[in-house]
Design a protein around this ligand. Structure first.
Ligand SMILES: *[C@@H]1O[C@H](CO)[C@@H](O)[C@H](O)[C@H]1NC(C)=O
Length: 152
């Protein structure tokens, strides 16, 4: 019985070892925390051909029916849109639309690093916005990311 108990505890704690609350810069709205998994040290190193899961806690500053997440990468001072982002952030990100003002939002986003990406350290900007003609920032942050070679 005791064995079962400690194994169970170990399994519960295991994912926490590879996730990390990271430092970020706010660029709109109220962002409470950003977690990246896996990330063993900052800046987070993401091997090519793998993906990190970004978990964001923020507080909504609007009522909104529709949401959009745009992700950008800064390459030598030029911000480029991150490829492969779906326009509709109401689906597949743990968000339930519509959202209301002052609501706590917890969204998750897979951040894929393709095999052909260069080895760079870049700043990624994640911007959750209203998906309407107002195009208002709900929560925006910037954080450094390092693309590294996959381990053999
Ligand atoms: C999903 O959203 C709910 C409600 O906001 C939150 O309690 C939960 O922690 C979120 N899950 C993840 C994996 O972010």
């Amino acid at each position: 019985m005791k064995m079962v108990h400690s194994n169970f505890l170990f399994l519960l704690l295991l994912p926490l070892c590879f996730a990390r609350k990271i430092d970020f810069e706010e660029c709109g709205g109220t962002v409470k925390s950003v977690d990246v998994e896996p990330c063993s040290s900052e800046p987070c190193e993401i091997p090519k051909g793998s993906a990190a899961i970004i978990s964001v806690h923020c507080v909504s500053n609007v009522n909104s029916e529709k949401l959009r997440l745009s992700v950008w990468a800064d390459l030598a001072g030029i911000e480029l849109p991150y490829p492969g982002m779906k326009r509709d952030a109401c689906k597949g990100k743990n968000l339930t639309c519509p959202i209301t003002h002052n609501q706590d939002l917890h969204y998750t986003q897979k951040f894929e690093v393709k095999k052909f990406f260069p080895n760079v350290q870049t700043k990624a900007r994640f911007n959750l916005k209203t998906n309407d003609d107002q195009d208002k920032d709900i929560c925006c942050f910037r954080a450094p990311v390092k693309v590294v070679n996959a381990k053999e």
